[in-house]
Design a protein around this ligand. Structure first.
Ligand SMILES: [Zn+2]
Length: 63
């Protein structure tokens, strides 16, 4: 499968950036309120992270 950016037409594979999902932030706030020693958990749990794809040519957000 080849990738091509619809914006700039580059065929270089996009950059993948990890970022916290909405559910991760919600869990973080709950832990912050009720269990502060564990509030770092959402930052390391895979289920609380989502991938963000950025074009390596123009930097536009993909998908
Ligand atoms: Zn692009």
């Amino acid at each position: 499968m080849t990738f091509q950016c619809v914006h700039c037409g580059t065929v270089n594979p996009p950059h993948v950036k990890k970022r916290m999902s909405g559910a991760g932030w919600a869990l973080f706030i709950v832990l912050l309120l009720f269990c502060i020693p564990l509030c770092w958990l959402p930052f390391v749990l895979d289920g609380c992270q989502e991938n963000e794809y950025l074009c390596s040519g123009c930097g536009i957000k993909l998908g």
